[in-house]
Design a binder for this molecule. Structure first.
Ligand code: RB5
Length: 149
């Protein structure tokens, strides 16, 4: 069981995958909040990236899982928010390294790209992997400084 607090967000194109993943995470003991969207009507991914990303950056949550059609748009939007390091991942190795080397706090997925079974694997790897620190901390600190540019 984990006590990590997770915020989920999606547009309409990521809704079904979000709805697939959320109960699986809850079953594992994660506290999960879903900021929307909650309906299949067409909507705009930056709205949900902004809401979830700001609340994560404020410390209300530990990690985010954001989903759109490709994972690209919602990652681009999320990375505009100071404090957010979002990684769009399509492979287990990417999900792991985004944590070990980049201290990513948001995993972005594309429902049109990643099948539900692979998405489950990516999420588990992302949530279970710790940041390595060391030389990577220096680099992530430099990334954090870019928030102030
Ligand atoms: C919506 O059609 C789609 O463009 C969006 O979900 C995302 O894939 C954008 O990057």
């Amino acid at each position: 069981m984990s006590n990590l607090k997770i915020v989920m967000a999606s547009d309409h194109a990521g809704l079904a995958l979000k709805q697939h993943l959320k109960p699986l995470l809850e079953k594992q003991g994660y506290a999960v909040a879903d900021v929307g969207t909650h309906t299949p009507e067409s909507t705009d991914y930056p709205d949900y990236a902004a809401e979830a990303g700001r609340r994560l950056a404020k410390g209300e949550f530990d990690r985010g899982i954001f989903i759109c059609g490709t994972g690209t748009g919602i990652a681009i939007a999320a990375n505009k928010i100071p404090g957010i390091r979002a990684a769009a991942c399509t492979h287990e190795f990417l999900a792991e390294m985004s944590r070990r080397h980049n201290d990513a706090n948001v995993l972005c997925l594309g429902e049109r790209i990643v099948a539900p079974g692979l998405a489950e694997v990516l999420v588990q790897r992302f949530l279970a992997t710790e940041f390595e620190g060391g030389r990577h901390a220096r680099r992530v600190d430099k990334v954090k400084q870019l928030d102030r540019c």
